[in-house]
Structure formats: structure tokens, C-alpha cells
Design a protein around this ligand. Structure first.
Ligand code: NAD
Length: 249
């Protein structure tokens, strides 16, 4: 441990489970205060709640698709730890694989609200706070390789993640003058409840992945730590693909 996030406060959405949980644990190991914003406390994959296993953590019950709830999460982070330095927009849903003709408006709206609107307004409120603090900051958005290339029968998910990828580029332009860096991560298949419980994709693509394995949440946490830390001080507007080489073909 070298305390790469010492004296930093990070708000991480969807951090009760999976990738967000691994990011919260890694950030805390590197010295950050962590706020877990999620609709649930217990990890979907089982185990003790994230905010109970990491030091200096708070849980804020948040539905990220609710704009007021995202504003509250940012405000509660500031009141708990005195500021906000890093926002990770990680919460997301995969609605299942279905052709576009089978998807109704309500499902489309829910995917867009949880995956995209959350990152948009979370970034808005975090940027406002970071600008007021005047010490820069970092926003890390969890997109997907499905935000860069197509993924069969997942049009709404691909559209939402593609928008998150480009939202990150645009915000890098807007917020760069205040030294607020905005980057995205594009994970490939990562073994979480999303790929083992919701849509059983884990373990099905190993042959097509050059590294011949699925990603683990910790693989994404390492990339998030890099983008959140001063090691990435000159990196903004970047989409960092973490997919075992899948999209290198
Ligand atoms: P997960 O289902 O294991 O965990 C998601 C967490 O987000 C859960 O704790 C859940 O309660 C929370 N969440 C869901 N809806 C929410 C809402 N409305 N408000 C607040 N919290 C909410 O999923 P994961 O695999 O860890 O996914 C994390 C992110 O990574 C998502 O954005 C996902 O799209 C993205 N991603 C995952 C994979 C993968 O293969 N697992 C690949 C690429 C991108």
C-alpha cells in the first residue's frame, strides 16, 4: 500500500457489489474515504456490506436514476468527509439480451436512466462541488466494451454505454480548465452477479479472449485507481479498455 489516494474522498455508485465494491475496497486500501451509494447494502454476490469491510466508509441509500438522490449523495459525501475529490459512476444494469423489436419503452427508459442519466447528473453535481473546492478532481465513468463495439441483442445497453463513453470525452473538455479529469473504463466480461446471475456470460467467451479468462472486479479496480490518482494527472477524455484483449481483434 502506498496511499495513492491519501486524504481523498471518493463517492462510488453501485459499490455494494461487484466492480464498484472492488473499487471501494481498493480505494480504501490506498487511503481514501469512501462513500458507497447503492440501492442495496448487501453485495449481490454475498458477503458483508462494503461499508462494513472497509475503514472510513459511509453508505448512502441512493437510486442513481433519481436526480435528487444523486444530488443528495454528493451533498452527504461532503457533509460526511468535508469534500469530494473522486466520483466513480459505476452503478449500471444489463436488461438481458433481446432483439430491439422485443424491447418496450419502459425497459429502454430504465436502462438509460440507470446507466446514463446517473452519470450525467452525478457528474454535474460532483463538478459543481469540485469547482467550488478549487482543487481539481477526477471522475471515472464505467462504460463497457459494449460502448465501443456492438454486443448482440443489447441495443439499449450499447446505446447507454456508448453515450457514457462520449459523455466522458465531452466533460473532459468542459472541466479540464478546472483540473477536473474525466475518463471512462470499458470493461470486457467481468465475473460479477451481472454476468453470473442476470445474464450468464461469464466463462462463455474465454476462447475469444486473448488472455483466456474473464476479468475479475479487481482488474477493473486497478484501472480505476490509476485514473483516479495523480499517476493519471495528464490523462483526461480517455476510454481505457480493460477486456483481456477481446476488442484487439
Ligand atoms: P453488479 O450487478 O454486480 O453490481 C451493480 C451494483 O449497482 C449493485 O450493487 C446494484 O445494487 C447497483 N445498482 C443497480 N441499479 C442501481 C440504481 N438504480 N441505483 C443505485 N445502485 C444501483 O454489476 P457489475 O458487473 O459490478 O457492474 C458494474 C458496472 O460495470 C455497470 O455499470 C456495468 O454495466 C459495468 N460493466 C460490467 C461488465 C461485466 O461484465 N460485469 C462489463 C462491462 C461493464
Amino acid at each position: 500500500m502506498i496511499d495513492r489516494l491519501a486524504d481523498q474522498t471518493a463517492l462510488i455508485t453501485g459499490a455494494a457489489s461487484g466492480i464498484g465494491r472492488a473499487i471501494a475496497i481498493r480505494f480504501a486500501e490506498e487511503g481514501a474515504n469512501v462513500v458507497v451509494a447503492d440501492i442495496r447494502e448487501e453485495p449481490r454476490e454475498g458477503g458483508r456490506p462494503t461499508h462494513e469491510v472497509v475503514a472510513d466508509a459511509e453508505f448512502v441509500e441512493t437510486d442513481v436514476s433519481d436526480v435528487d438522490a444523486m444530488r443528495d449523495a454528493v451533498e452527504e459525501t461532503v457533509s460526511a468527509f468535508g469534500g469530494l475529490d473522486v466520483l466513480v459512476n459505476n452503478a449500471g444494469i444489463f436488461p438481458g439480451s433481446r432483439p430491439i423489436e422485443a424491447v418496450e419503452e419502459a425497459e429502454y427508459d430504465r436502462v438509460m436512466d440507470v446507466n446514463l442519466k446517473s452519470a450525467y447528473f452525478g457528474s454535474k453535481f460532483a463538478a459543481g462541488e469540485m469547482r467550488e473546492q478549487g482543487e481539481g478532481g477526477a471522475i471515472v465513468n464505467i462504460s463497457s466494451i459494449a460502448g465501443l463495439v456492438g454486443y448482440d441483442d443489447a441495443a439499449s445497453y450499447c446505446a447507454s454505454k456508448g453515450a457514457v463513453a462520449n459523455l466522458s470525452r465531452e466533460l473532459a473538455l468542459e472541466l479540464g480548465p478546472d483540473d477536473i479529469r474525466v475518463n471512462a473504463i470499458n470493461p470486457g466480461v467481468v465475473e460479477t452477479a451481472m454476468t453470473t446471475q442476470d445474464t450468464p456470460a461469464a466463462g462463455t467467451m474465454d476462447e475469444q479472449i486473448p488472455l483466456h479468462r474473464d476479468g475479475q472486479p479487481e482488474d477493473i479496480a486497478g484501472a480505476a485507481l490509476f485514473l483516479a490518482s495523480d499517476d493519471a494527472a495528464y490523462v483526461t477524455g480517455h476510454n481505457l479498455v480493460v477486456d483481456g484483449g477481446y476488442t484487439a481483434k
